[in-house]
Design a protein around this ligand. Structure first.
Ligand code: F6R
Length: 612
């Protein structure tokens, strides 16, 4: 998705903006651009392609400007091209804008502006914004803050989602930013200030952030940041210190972010467990005031999320149902928001989102609130949009996840959902304390269990070498092993572009087995002792039809004819998905590497999906 960076200060703006854009590359984009104010005029440098191309342009010009806005574009309206790249200027060349999000009514705004004589040089929805600002600047009501008033009038006309940065050659030391349903943060420096759509872009410059709210405006100069609400009344705002270390967003000697993040999972899990429990003590979530009385009124829990986060939700469902005896439904956010789900004040809706900015998940949360349900957000990003909308928030502490394919965020989400389930169970008294104590001990052992699996990387690599040229693969499992099959299959699709499907092993005979032919690869996950025999029978059926099998198991398998077995440590079955996913993450990674693909930035994908 698109990325935004902004700088106003006392040093050359362009290198800061380029560095910020480079650190946003992981979000996925197809063009990049910068506008600075050089000698009192707007200077726009942009093109399709990588930030490296843009850097060649900016290096050759080497402007001295100390204020600028920057953007990486992920095409929505109009193909990737220089004309469609941001920043966009108004016809007079006095206002430049970058924009993340989608302006839904841009057709009518374009018609309105065309009637007023404005011309358009791109196919984007964004180009209406600088022209509207110019229109209101020259035709709007006169105020003593004409720049801000013009931006506000223009924004009042927009329908859709946006994070916007504006600079003007008429106000050479000032930048105005605003947002609605699209993230924007402001980093405070000393004699300089920064703007970004995503914290890692400016983490090396500042750890003190303002999180802009929906419909809020900020006016920035090198020495000041002033905040205004949607009626332009000024207010103050608390600053937040972000604990992430700038080096956490670097590769630290690993070939790719994804591999680094796979190896960071023991730490991410330790950090996420944090102080939520200690052995022999009850779970604690001081950040949320959920009481036993409230939980007793709940007759249904929804877990709502997208993609990998939804797969974490499926594992969470099993934990909550088993430990708390409350029915749980897991829903894909983009479906939930449009299917008129049955929700009322007896429903608790849990939203899982690494970025906290996924448009569908946020919309699904707003829907549940409007129907009177309480909402709980699980996010990895402090102050992200979802956490500001939800009644309660708990954080995973996975650190910045840069690779598009989620790994450490997934395992951290699962562990947090399980701890939450234990917490609810302790409040409700629905599970014997000895069972919860065993589970706690097992959770505390997870980092070591994951390290044991990571020690088998070479074996996984060997299997990846054998199968990376294939076109189709199947993943099978029962119970939570089926959840892992889904997540393993998604990882493979995303970064290796190999078609794959996950099936509940028992479903195979009801259709998919027709696809099994000699030489096809089938991956089986066998960790649940109660279901393992049944899954083995299903896998034997594919073996007898000529399939090549790669098995991940924590059980002693005897008399089987599987081709390749990865043995993983046995854990409580509720949390086994946290261990059994590791070989599948590695498998997808090494297949992608063998194919020479860009593991961290797979085609067509974006890290944070801020549009529908
Ligand atoms: C897959 C992946 C995506 C995300 C999904 C939700 O590896 O990363 O499927 O899980 O786009 O993103 P968040 O968690 O940010 O809401």
């Amino acid at each position: 998705m698109c990325g935004i960076v902004g700088y106003v200060g006392n040093k050359k703006a362009t290198p800061v903006l380029i560095k910020g854009l480079l650190s946003l590359e992981y979000r996925g984009y197809d063009s990049a651009g910068i506008a600075v104010i050089e000698d009192g005029k707007l200077l726009v440098m942009k093109d399709k392609g990588r930030v490296a191309n843009l850097q060649e342009i900016t290096d050759s010009i080497n402007p001295d400007a100390t204020i600028g806005i920057a953007h990486t574009r992920w095409a929505t309206h109009g193909k990737p091209s220089r004309e469609n790249s941001h920043p966009h200027m108004d016809n007079s060349g006095e206002f430049a804008v970058v924009h993340n999000g989608i302006i839904e009514n841009y057709h009518e705004l374009r018609e309105f502006l065309t009637e007023k004589g404005y011309k358009f040089s791109s196919q984007t929805d964004t180009e209406v914004i600088p022209n509207l600002i110019h229109y209101y600047y020259t035709n709007g009501v006169k105020t003593n803050t004409p720049f801000l008033s013009a931006v506000k009038s223009a924004v009042d006309d927009l329908r859709g989602s946006y994070a916007i940065e504006v600079v003007s050659s008429l106000y050479t030391d000032t930048m105005i930013v605003t947002r609605k349903d699209s993230p924007l943060v402001i980093g405070k420096g000393n004699g300089e200030n920064f703007v970004a759509s995503d914290i890692p872009a400016i983490l090396s410059y500042s750890k003190d952030f303002y999180l802009l709210d929906d419909n809020e405006y900020a006016v920035l100069t090198a020495d000041s940041i002033n905040f205004f609400d949607s009626s332009l009344s000024e207010h103050s705002k608390p600053i937040k210190n972000i604990e992430w270390d700038a080096t956490a967003a670097e590769k630290n000697g690993f070939e790719d972010y994804m591999l680094k993040e796979i190896y960071e999972q023991p730490t991410a899990i330790r950090e996420t467990i944090g102080a939520h429990f200690h052995l022999g003590e009850k779970c604690d979530f001081p950040e949320i005031d959920i009481t036993a009385d409230y939980l007793k009124t709940i007759n249904k829990i929804y877990i709502i999320a997208c993609g990998t986060a939804m797969h974490a939700g499926l594992v969470g469902k099993n934990a909550i149902e088993r430990l708390c005896h409350i029915p749980v439904e897991v829903d894909i956010a983009s479906e939930f928001r449009y299917r008129n789900p049955i929700i009322n004040e007896k429903t608790l809706c849990i939203y899982v989102s690494q970025s906290g900015e996924t448009a569908d998940t946020i919309a699904a949360l707003k829907l549940a609130r409007s129907k009177g349900a309480k909402t709980l957000a699980i996010s990895n990003v402090i102050g992200s949009s979802i956490t500001r909308e939800a009644d309660y928030t708990v954080y995973t502490h996975a650190g910045p996840e840069i690779a598009v394919a989620s790994t450490k965020a997934y395992t951290s989400q699962v562990v947090l959902l399980v701890i939450l389930a234990m917490y609810f169970a302790e409040l409700l008294g629905t599970t014997e304390q000895s069972i919860l104590d065993n589970l706690k001990a097992s959770i505390l052992d997870l980092p070591t269990a994951i390290e044991t699996v990571l020690d088998q990387t070479e074996q996984v690599k060997e299997f990846a070498n054998k199968i990376y040229t294939e076109h189709d693969m199947y993943f099978l499992g029962r119970g939570t092993d089926y959840c892992v099959a889904m997540e393993g299959s998604l990882k493979l699709k995303e970064i290796s572009y190999i078609h794959s499907e996950a099936y509940a092993a028992g479903e195979l005979k009801h259709g998919p087995i027709a696809l099994i032919e000699n030489g096809i690869t089938v991956i089986g996950i066998l960790t649940d002792p109660d279901l393992v025999e049944k899954s083995i029978s299903n896998l034997q059926e594919v073996v007898s039809r000529g399939a090549k099998t790669f098995i991940i198991t924590n059980q002693k398998l005897t008399n089987t004819s599987f081709d390749f077995i990865i043995n993983i440590p046995e854990t409580e079955s509720i949390i086994s998905p946290i261990v059994s996913i590791i070989p599948l993450q590695l498998l997808a990674y090494y297949i992608s590497k063998n194919k020479g693909l860009d593991v961290d930035k797979p085609r067509n994908l974006a890290k944070s999906v801020t549009v529908e």
